[in-house]
Design a binder for this molecule. Structure first.
Ligand code: ZN
Length: 130
């Protein structure tokens, strides 16, 4: 198991962690296998999407914010229900194939950590099978 620490800087943020996943695969000496990229937080998520155009992550965050507004008739007293809902919609993990020590991704794809209730200190855990 490999752990990545992150410090997010804003309420909503998508951080490209592809290079960190690649580094973790090399450190784990995984040449060919599977990596489960998981975040142990209830107001964050992991997703794979386009990173070539920075407007794509921006649009994803804006669309999620429109779909799940900050305030509504939420009951959760902590006041961050919107972030919990976004976390469940996007999901806490992604599974990626590893070949030649690198995640197998399309030309425009990156692995993102999604912050929905920042800024906070966050962790990503990666379990490799290979
Ligand atoms: Zn909460």
């Amino acid at each position: 198991m490999k752990e990545i620490s992150l410090q997010t800087r804003s309420r909503l943020e998508m951080i490209d962690i592809t290079a960190a996943v690649q580094k973790a695969a090399r450190e784990a000496k995984i040449d060919s296998g599977i990596g489960l990229v998981y975040t142990p937080h209830t107001t964050a998520a992991i997703t794979i999407n386009e990173n070539a155009d920075p407007d794509v992550p921006r649009d994803i965050l804006a669309a999620l914010d429109r779909a799940v507004p900050l305030s509504s008739n939420y009951r959760h007293a902590e006041g961050n229900s919107a972030a919990h809902v976004k976390s469940s919609l996007v999901g806490a993990s992604e599974m990626v194939m590893i070949e030649n020590g690198s995640p197998v991704l399309g030309t425009w794809q990156s692995i993102f950590f999604c912050e929905f209730d920042g800024p906070r200190s966050r962790k990503v855990i990666i379990k490799f099978l290979g």
